[in-house]
Design a protein around this ligand. Structure first.
Ligand code: SAM
Length: 248
């Protein structure tokens, strides 16, 4: 593993930390030394004797770990958004707004070395934050552009898929129509039903096809020898997703 890469220390508690060979991680379960030449699967023992296995974090772990000054798109939603948009290695994708860069990080890792992520953000302070969070991508395949996309559009860029996480997504629909390639995908997420409705109706007015709105509910299970059931507490609401395709 490379220096600076995030690793997951999994034990009674989980800690997601940057790998710095020789450095100490201080936790309430004691001090853990990140030895030289650490490998996934290694067992580390803290100064109080607590055991931790070194694991590679999932993309969901990395997304949830970004330093945030905005709400972020959650992994349960982001996974389906990627599938619906048909994003794969080599895709060129757009995004507005960048916010904390949680989705940008995921997109960068999914489109890979041959792909491209162009993200637009109206507020400069969020760009700096997102760039810091994007250090967890192994690829230099992203660009963040300081721009209000409702006022100034997406310029000359053309996208296989465009992800919209703005307070008023419907205001970006006509701009998006110019920027999405024929057959390409619009994917937006909004916390409220009114936003979702206005977005879907505007997409229809602007001639988008295959418009669908839905939400994703994830119920964690308690699995044991007897009494398997859902956990009492659920992260029940994040937002409503709207997907659509551009025709000719
Ligand atoms: C909820 S945040 C996006 C979070 C991001 N999807 C993530 O996962 O970290 C919404 C962002 O949109 C930006 N924004 C709002 N209106 C905009 C516009 N017209 N053009 C570009 N960015 C805009 C805001 O400044 C904010 O950073």
């Amino acid at each position: 593993m490379k220096e600076g890469e995030k690793i997951l220390l999994y034990g009674k508690r989980e800690f997601l930390v940057e790998y710095r060979p020789g450095e100490e991680v201080h936790t309430h379960l004691g001090k853990i030394i990140l030895k030289e030449g650490l490998e996934y699967g290694d067992l580390l023992r803290s100064s109080t004797g607590a055991e931790f296995v070194v694991l590679k974090p999932s993309l969901a772990d990395l997304m949830k770990d970004v330093r945030r000054k905005t709400t972020i798109i959650y992994p349960k939603d982001a996974g389906v958004m990627l599938l619906e948009a048909g994003v794969e290695s080599g895709s060129t994708v757009g995004e507005a707004g960048t916010g904390s860069g949680a989705l940008t990080l995921l997109l960068s890792r999914i489109v890979g070395r041959e792909g491209k992520v162009i993200s637009f953000e109206a507020r400069k302070e969020f760009i700096d934050l997102a760039l810091e969070n994007l250090r967890q991508s192994p690829f230099q395949n992203y660009e963040i552009i300081h721009r209000d996309v409702v006022k100034d559009g997406f310029g000359e860029f053309r996208f296989d898929a465009l992800f919209i996480d703005l307070p008023e997504p419907w205001e970006a629909v006509s701009r998006a129509r110019e920027a999405i390639l024929p057959g390409g995908a619009w994917v937006s997420l909004s916390p409220n039903m009114e936003q979702m409705k206005k977005t879907a109706l505007t997409l229809r007015e602007e001639g988008f096809l295959r418009i669908r709105s839905f939400e994703i509910l994830r119920r964690e299970m308690v699995v044991r020898s007897f009494g398997v059931r859902p956990k009492e507490v659920m992260h029940s609401h994040t937002g409503y997703i709207t997907v659509a395709r551009r025709g000719k």
